[in-house]
Ligand binder design. Structure first.
Ligand SMILES: Cc1cc2nc3c(=O)[nH]c(=O)nc-3n(C[C@H](O)[C@H](O)[C@H](O)COP(=O)(O)OP(=O)(O)OC[C@H]3O[C@@H](n4cnc5c(N)ncnc54)[C@H](O)[C@@H]3O)c2cc1C
Length: 193
């Protein structure tokens, strides 16, 4: 959003960082997961909810949750940048989302600090999994575009003009779709320049 603003003063979206934290299954329990295990998505949110993912290089990830990151590159709970945090909190669109979904937000925060609560969420998909089967995993930060009216944009958002083409929202499954997004952006480049 910051780079896009250089060439598009009227940009109506702000990036709100949402961290997704993972556990990983211990080696002994990896055999419980033979395929991807995903929940049915809630259409109100661009985040899917915790799931189990078999990784290409081996191992099984369990997660992620979705908590407001207090910094754009806030990969750890302790990462805080007051200026970036106040930018998120003061954005009218974020305030509307927070008012509407504060219960869900607090639930996610709680799961971030309580392994027992995280495990309970995972048990909805895989009842056999217990706290001791889970080892700490990594974290990622979603650069989630939020419009002024309180919409968490759940589709790709590509803003184009005669100066630049900016990918302003690339939520999941943007990794899966990355080659198609690349094709699309290169078509736009041919069209504009
Ligand atoms: C928790 C989480 C779960 C997700 N789940 C899914 C999923 O299940 N399926 C899916 O399809 N997508 C998923 N996504 C989304 C997907 O990961 C992203 O949309 C995708 O990775 C975006 O690709 P990108 O190339 O734009 O950015 P990135 O993949 O972030 O790549 C940017 C690269 O640029 C590098 N870089 C940054 N700054 C510099 C610099 N100054 N100099 C040099 N290099 C630099 C970074 O190190 C990085 O390697 C998920 C994302 C998160 C955070």
């Amino acid at each position: 959003d910051k780079v896009a603003k250089f060439t598009n003063q009227k940009l109506n979206v702000k990036i709100i960082p949402f961290r997704g934290e993972y556990y990983k299954l211990t080696k002994e329990k990896e055999s419980l997961v033979k395929n991807l295990i995903y929940p049915v998505p809630d259409p109100n949110f661009p985040f899917l909810g915790v799931h189990f993912t078999r990784m290409a290089k081996g191992g099984v990830e369990a997660g992620p949750n979705a908590v407001l990151a207090f910094k754009r590159e806030g990969y750890k709970k302790s990462d805080i940048n007051l200026s970036e945090l106040s930018e998120s909190l003061l954005w009218p669109g974020f305030q509307k989302v927070a008012m509407k979904y504060w219960k869900t937000g607090f639930g996610e925060m709680y799961r971030s600090f309580s392994k027992a609560a995280f495990t309970k969420a995972l048990q909805k998909l895989l009842p056999e999994v217990t706290e001791k089967d889970l080892a700490p995993g990594g974290a990622g930060v979603r650069a989630q575009a939020c419009d002024r009216n309180g919409g968490l944009i759940d589709d790709f958002l590509i803003v184009e003009n005669e100066f630049a083409i900016n990918v302003c929202n690339a939520p999941s499954p943007a990794a899966t779709s990355s080659l198609s997004i690349g094709d699309h952006v290169s078509d736009l480049i041919m069209k504009h320049f």
